[in-house]
Write a new protein. Sequence first.
Length: 197
Amino acid sequence: MGSVLTYVTAAGLRQRGWTDAMVRELLGEPDVQGRDPRRWSVAPVPLYLLARVEAVERAPEFAACAAVAGPGSAAARAAAHKRREAVLAAIRAEPIRVPVLPGPELERRAVRHRRLTAGDRPGDGGGGGPGPGPAGALVRWQVDYLRHALGRYDTLLDGLFGATGRAEAERLLRRRVYEAIARAYPRLAAECRRRIR
C-alpha cells in the first residue's frame, strides 16, 4: 500500500509564516494543481507537497527570507511558535539511549577522546600515559566522551533558527542527555548534575 501524499495550499503556507515572495523564491511552481475540497471552484488551486515545504523550512535560506519578510508578522510568529513547540515535544519524547560500557573501556575511550579533541598539553593529563591527570579530570572526560557519543540527538534542534526558542530547546536537550548519562552511570551523576546547573 502506497503512502498518502499531503499537500498545503497557499493559504496554509501563509499560516505557516510564508509570504507570496518566499513561495515564489523558495518553492517555485506548485507540485500539483488541485481543487479546494472546502468549496467548489473552476480555477485550480496550487498545492505544495508538505514534505518539500517542511524540508525548505529547515533550510537556512528560509530563515533568512523570513527575517527579511518581517519576523514580527503574526504569521511568522505563529509559524516560529509552532516549530518551537514541535521541537520541544520531540526532545521530550525522544528516548536518550546511552552506550553502556565497562568502566575500564569507558575510561580508555574518554582518555583517547580527550587526546583527540584537546591535544597533548602539558599538565592536563592528555599526554604521556593514560593517567587521570588532575583530580576529577577523568570523570569530566568520561562525561565529555559520552556527551560527544550522544551528539546525534543535536539534530532534534533542526528547524529552530536564531533565538526563536533555540536556547530553551538546547537547555532541555542538555538536561535530558545529562540525566540519561547519570542514570546509566551513577558514579558520574554528580558531574552531570553540575553541568545541568
